[in-house]
Write a protein that binds this ligand. Structure first.
Ligand SMILES: [Ca+2]
Length: 500
């Protein structure tokens, strides 16, 4: 019972069932359609059939030659080759007490499929060949030759043969598997074994070969198909074996995965941090510009570096060194009453008006030789004299394009002036150094510098902030949100005001 349930479950999945009773032409042979010779043979004539939907033929005498042409035979056999499941269907009225072959498919003396009805012995005989070329004979006691119409169905399914007469299941036998390995040149005869023997006498109609399971249903649609055929069963066994194989492989993979999971449970999964495309491990500490940062359980935490006021010895002064956040004591030069740090330059003019350039090196201002100045493409009135170089520049000269912008390190823009440049924090940032070379985002939410109003929550962003609507509220503008009902009420109120 369980097997049948499984079978119908497979049917529902469309694994190996024929749906409905319409048969694919590739799986169906109408013998009279293919059998042109029958219609023109002596001793064969068209007569009134069991019904009028198809033509019926009367077979009489012994001068017939109702053999299909080899070309048509090949077409029919091609549909049967290699099949393990097919059904022969006939509707016939056999002359009383007569004997004769209904259909014969043979090659020489090899009878691949032959069905004979004997009116003398009241039996139906089936001849077929096995795959090891032995001839088999199966006898079904039944009297067909009674002068009345009968529907005959002989269904083969692997090793099972089922005989239906007039839609009644008469016999079901287990036999050896018939061979469907027809050689080319195999003959098909209808109503006789050959041109000398086995002449059938009577009328035949609807002679068909179908290669589907339960082919008798085509002849008797009212017969309900309740059981799988042997072929279905073999298919089922095959499928179950495949499923068992898949189940075994899947179980093995699952066991392997479970084993790996056990090790994973014992693993410590470290949460790393990412800042400026750099990845830091948990508990890492580093200096980012003017901030001390740490990675704590996947979150970067930074705080501004505190710079203690420098206590510089004589002949030194606190200055910012490249890459350092706090001022460091550096040697200085004293020149004409002013203090210059290492690398600072100063231009002076002598009594003849010549420009002399000095640079602070090792605590003293040293002369720098000037070779020549680049030619300027602006009138003299637009030329500007600078205090740290002898060569003039045109008004509007871009000092930021020189090296100055490099000193504006973090969240800082270089601002160009007429005679130099300086650093300025970007909007939304404040300076971490008094020269504004390093700047940090202003946390507007924490510092109360936001404009978020009713039903919102302030969220800090780099360089700005956002007002996020509280859950269940909808946005009115960038800074406020409202409940849906409130919004409708305000809308109605506005409309009422407009109406007035
Ligand atoms: Ca901000």
């Amino acid at each position: 019972m369980g097997l049948f349930k499984l079978y119908f479950a497979f049917c529902n999945l469309g694994l190996f069932c024929v749906s409905g009773f319409g048969v694919d032409p590739a799986l169906h042979v109408d013998i009279f359609e293919e059998f042109d010779n029958v219609k023109t043979s002596d001793g064969v004539s068209q007569v009134q059939g069991f019904h009028n939907e198809t033509r019926a033929y009367l077979f009489e005498g012994t001068l017939r030659n109702a053999r299909v042409s080899l070309k048509a035979a090949e077409r029919i056999l091609q549909k049967l080759r290699g099949r393990t499941e097919f059904t022969l269907l006939l509707t016939l009225k056999q002359e009383k007490f007569s004997s004769g072959v209904l259909l014969s498919i043979h090659y020489g003396d090899q009878r691949f499929l032959e069905v004979e009805s004997s009116g003398l012995r009241n039996e139906i005989r089936l001849f077929f060949q096995t795959s090891d070329q032995r001839q088999q004979r199966e006898v079904f006691p039944y009297g067909l030759a009674d002068g009345h119409w009968h529907k005959v169905s002989l269904a083969f399914s692997a090793t099972q043969v089922v005989l239906h007469i007039d839609c009644n299941r008469i016999y079901e036998r287990i036999v050896e598997m018939p061979s469907m390995d027809f050689p080319r040149g195999t003959n098909i005869w209808l109503g006789q074994r050959n041109d000398a023997h086995g002449f059938f006498r009577g009328v035949m109609q609807d002679v068909q070969l179908v290669v589907v399971p339960h082919g008798y249903i085509i002849q008797c649609p009212d017969l309900n198909r309740t059981c799988p055929t042997c072929n279905d069963f073999h298919g089922l066994v095959q499928k179950i074996m495949e499923l068992q194989d898949i189940l075994a492989k899947t179980s093995s993979k699952l066991a392997l995965a479970e084993e790996k999971m056990k090790y994973l449970d014992g693993c410590y999964c470290e949460r790393t941090c990412t800042l400026n495309r750099e990845i830091y491990r948990d508990d890492d500490a580093w200096i980012d510009g003017c901030r001390n940062c740490t990675c704590s359980n996947g979150t970067v935490e930074c705080e501004s570096i505190f710079c203690p006021p420098p206590q510089c010895p004589p002949d030194t002064a606190p200055i910012y060194m490249p890459g350092a956040c706090c001022k460091e004591c550096q040697p200085v030069c004293l020149f004409r009453g002013r203090v210059y740090v290492e690398g600072d330059r100063k231009s002076v003019h002598d009594s003849k008006g010549n420009c002399l350039l000095f640079e602070c090196r090792d605590r003293s201002m040293r002369r720098v030789e000037i070779t020549s100045c680049p030619e300027l493409n602006c009138p003299e009135s637009e030329q500007i004299t600078l205090t740290d170089r002898c060569c003039k520049v045109c008004r509007g000269h871009d000092f930021c394009a020189e090296d100055h912008s490099r000193s504006c390190v973090e969240n800082s823009d270089c601002i160009n002036l007429e005679a130099g440049a300086f650093c300025s924090c970007k909007e939304g940032y404040h300076a971490l150094r008094d020269d504004s070379a390093y700047c940090q985002d202003i946390d507007e939410c924490a510092e109360g510098k936001h404009y978020c109003r009713e039903n919102t929550m302030c969220m800090n962003t780099p360089g700005s902030f956002m007002c996020v609507c509280n859950s269940g509220y909808v946005r009115i503008d960038d800074y406020s949100c409202t409940g849906v009902q409130d919004k409708e009420a305000k809308h109605d109120a506005r409309e009422q005001l407009c109406d007035k």
